[in-house]
Design a protein around this ligand. Structure first.
Ligand code: FUB
Length: 323
């Protein structure tokens, strides 16, 4: 197991849920911005009451971390209710698109888009969320000129309120031997502003080719999707939520199915665990967060990075968290 010794990236503030991309040779981080809003902690995640985003960039992994300041705020998003959760960004034809999780005025999570000419923003939000979007945690992955969004999250992320992309009358969380709820994947439209198709389930299979069950809480998807490609294979990684692991599954195309492979990061101090995996200047890195600097306050999380290693067969070596 690899020991996690790297530094905190933004020691003066609380940043979480990193999405990371290389644009124009620089590394850009798109995190959530935690703050002390005094909302009591509950299983619905009301205490994650974020109201803006910053963007950070780095020329090297050891070097200075530049804060580009506030790039998008709840108060400027026309359809906003509350709670800016995890976001991601993508670049196409010289334009930058920021995708974000936000509750609308009826307290339903939707996914929004904001646009900029620069990776560091500021980003101008669209008037409405993406049609047909729901739940949280967008992660956008480009493959062969097509862009795919992975999304979804249980409990406060509201995924249990949907089946077949339709809202249920009331939430149903499968249990025990029922198939686990899946993250979703959808190809984006050419203009990057809408879904180009109906979202599909990201099915994760066990070693016998059977979909993971809801009771398999050490392995099943909970939230925090990420996709990367290594040696021609597609690596779908995610958080198991209430069992606090970052896991991964591999497949041979962006839609899956994916086969469960193992744990990337053991639990960290704090309740949530969330990450991005990126190659930068010939090495692979795991960006993530923990709540060590805030003394364990689950809603005040801090960004970290650690090198990620594969063995000769493409197996990710498990990294030890701070938990
Ligand atoms: O930051 C709020 C939520 O916590 C994110 O959207 C989840 O992935 C979890 O990290």
């Amino acid at each position: 197991m690899i020991k996690n010794t790297m530094r905190y990236l933004v020691p003066g503030d609380y940043m979480a849920d990193p999405a990371v991309h290389i644009f124009n040779g620089k590394l850009y981080i798109y995190p959530s911005h935690d703050w002390e809003s005094d909302v009591p902690e509950n299983d619905n995640g009301d205490h994650f009451n974020m109201k803006d985003y910053h963007v950070f960039s780095m020329d090297t992994i050891e070097g200075e971390v530049t804060d580009h300041g506030i790039v998008l705020e709840v108060k400027n998003i026309p359809w906003a209710g509350r709670q800016l959760w995890d976001s991601d960004a993508a670049c196409k034809n010289g334009k930058y698109y920021m995708y974000f999780s936000l509750k609308d005025k009826t307290d339903i999570f939707r996914i929004g888009v904001a646009v900029s000419d620069k990776p560091e923003g500021p980003f101008i939000p669209r008037d409405n969320p993406i049609k047909g979007s729901y739940s949280i945690d967008p992660a956008v992955f480009e493959d062969g000129g097509s862009y795919y969004m992975y999304f979804g999250g249980l409990w406060g992320g509201q995924l249990q309120r949907y089946r077949g992309n339709k809202a249920l009358e009331s939430a149903v969380l499968p249990e025990g031997g029922d198939p686990a709820l899946c993250a979703r994947v959808v190809r984006l439209s050419d203009d990057m502003l809408e879904f180009a198709e109906e979202p599909r389930d990201v099915v994760i299979l066990d070693e016998n080719g059977k979909p993971l069950t809801a009771g398999n809480t050490q392995r099943r998807f909970f939230e925090a999707s990420w996709m990367h490609k290594y040696n021609g294979k597609y690596y779908f990684s995610y958080s198991t939520g209430d069992t606090h692991l970052l896991c991964y599954a591999t497949g041979d195309n962006p839609y899956g199915p994916f086969t469960y492979q193992g744990v990337i990061l053991t639990p960290v101090v704090g309740w949530t665990t969330h990450h991005a995996i990126v190659e930068f200047k010939g090495k692979w890195y795991l960006f993530h967060h923990d709540s060590v600097p805030s003394g364990g306050k689950t809603w005040l999380r801090s960004l970290k990075v650690v090198e990620l290693e594969y063995d000769g067969k493409g197996v990710i070596k498990t990294i030890k968290g701070t938990g």
